[in-house]
Design a binder for this molecule. Structure first.
Ligand code: ADP
Ligand code: ZN
Length: 439
């Protein structure tokens, strides 16, 4: 990589020594325990453990003795069981994108939102976003944090923000051209789709001033990033977040794009073996468990994200001391067990994206076939491939089947679909249809 200037939002905190970060974390943890004791949910839990005040926490190791909080706890605490401040101090409510059952809601005070915007600004800045940029935020605005959460961070930097929200691709492209948008924020599946649609709607790359995309909200492979970077000639940055943790910007890539810095002055991260809930060796994959330090209205202690990642132990060339986490493998509940073999949708995506002629959308279908499981991969092919003769398509199908079975040791069925024929969801892409339980 050529020499580049490393942009810091607040250098002192971003490059603070590990000792200073540990002090900040300990103070933050005490404060959060104090806050948690004000909530109906934690006060009962902690009273049973004999925990009466934040000062009962003497060192960061004490965190290991505290119980976990899970998504179901949030549902049980719905709507206000986790409230740690007077109701009139609340200024906004968000909810997780889950579409079924009792929603998990998150509430914020004015100060909480200011801190969240600052974390987001720090993240976008680390990736090289500046006040000269025009940002088109293609994430859904509303209860989902990808809209407003990102929006306020970008405004804080002074970017020109166009809140187009998701969908309406024709308008997205028109605005991108007319306003000479330089940065977009979108899900990886939408980035792929947008990439295909540019040409379909008659645009040329030179119509746009696009230089960078920020993507997240769903697992995606390095291959997807490479493909978008290459075809659009832009830089693509990975951003991790979840509504329970204040939305996007919990961890973000710096200009080196080799893993995401997790902001350790605002979150305490543990990576644990999801079976034993004991720490994995540094650098091994496990479930990310997070204690939030930067929200007063609603504390969360040892929150089980169910997301699988690992710490990258080596220091980053950018000089930031906050540890990096690697691209997510998926969620503990995403892993498919097909005929006894563990398969992550991301592994299949990697293969699909490497193949020339494969289009933007795909769906993994798992069904029962007698006693066995059957795996079918439905995928769009590109327009030129679809127009070609069937022998070429058959060859592609054979190659794809061979590549997939070499990687996941299961021989899948492949079904090709016409370009643009598979439904694209406006929010997170649905990549798996597991029909086994329903059969
Ligand atoms: P949910 O999807 O749980 O209803 P959110 O809308 O807050 O709630 O989404 C958070 C989830 O999105 C994370 O737990 C994670 O699974 C996924 N996610 C977010 N960012 C990324 C990313 N950069 N890479 C992979 N997965 C991500
Ligand atoms: Zn870095």
């Amino acid at each position: 990589m050529t020499e580049r200037i490393i942009p810091y939002w607040k250098k002192e905190i971003e490059t603070a020594s590990r000792e200073v970060l540990a002090e900040i974390q300990l103070m933050g943890l005490k404060r959060q325990i104090e806050n948690a004791l004000k909530t109906p949910f934690y006060s009962e839990k902690f009273r049973n453990l004999g925990l009466k005040s934040g000062d009962d926490i003497k060192s960061l190791d004490d965190l290991r003795d505290l119980p976990f909080t899970a998504k179901d706890d949030l549902r049980r605490a719905y709507p206000y069981g986790l409230l740690a401040c007077p109701r009139h101090d609340l200024v906004r409510v968000h909810a997780s994108s889950g579409t079924t059952g009792t929603p998990t809601v998150i509430y914020h005070t004015r100060e909480d939102l200011d801190t969240a915007a600052d974390t987001m600004a720090r993240s976008i800045f680390a990736a090289g976003g500046t006040s000269d940029d025009t940002l088109q935020n293609m994430m859904t605005y509303g209860l989902f944090t990808g809209g407003l959460g990102f929006h306020y961070g970008a405004e804080k930097i002074g970017m020109t923000v166009i809140p187009t929200s998701s969908g309406n691709t024709i308008r997205q492209l028109k605005f991108m051209k007319d306003f000479q948008t330089t940065v977009i924020h979108a899900t990886p599946s939408y980035l792929l789709y947008l990439n295909e649609m540019m040409e379909n709607y008659g645009y040329k790359r030179s119509d746009f001033a696009l230089r960078m995309a920020v993507t997240g909200a769903e697992p995606h492979s390095e291959e997807l990033r490479q493909k978008i970077q290459k075809t659009l000639d832009i830089e693509v940055y990975n951003c991790y977040g979840m509504s329970e943790l204040n939305g996007p910007g919990v961890a973000f890539e710096c200009v080196f794009r080799q893993g995401m810095h997790l902001w350790e002055d605002r979150y305490i991260a543990e990576i644990l073996d999801p079976k034993t809930m004991e720490p994995v060796e540094e650098g091994e994959v496990g479930e990310l468990v997070v204690t939030i330090l930067c929200r007063n209205a609603m504390p969360l202690i040892r929150y089980r994200t169910r997301d699988l990642t690992r710490f990258i132990p080596e220091p980053c060339p950018c000089g930031r001391t906050h540890r990096r986490i690697a691209r997510f493998l998926g969620r503990t509940d995403d892993m498919l067990i097909i005929n006894g073999v563990n398969v992550f949708p991301g592994q299949i995506e990697e293969v699909l994206l490497k193949m020339k002629g494969i289009g933007a959308n795909y769906l993994i279908v798992v069904e029962k076939d007698g006693a066995l499981d059957k795996l079918t991969v439905q995928t769009e092919v590109t327009a030129d491939m679809f127009a070609d003769d069937s022998r070429i398509l058959n060859k592609l199908k054979e190659n794809l089947r061979a590549e997939l079975s070499a990687l996941i040791t299961i021989n899948p069925q492949i079904e090709f679909k016409q370009p643009g024929s598979m439904m694209l969801s406006e929010g997170k892409a649905k990549r798996v249809d597991d029909r086994r339980e329903k059969m």
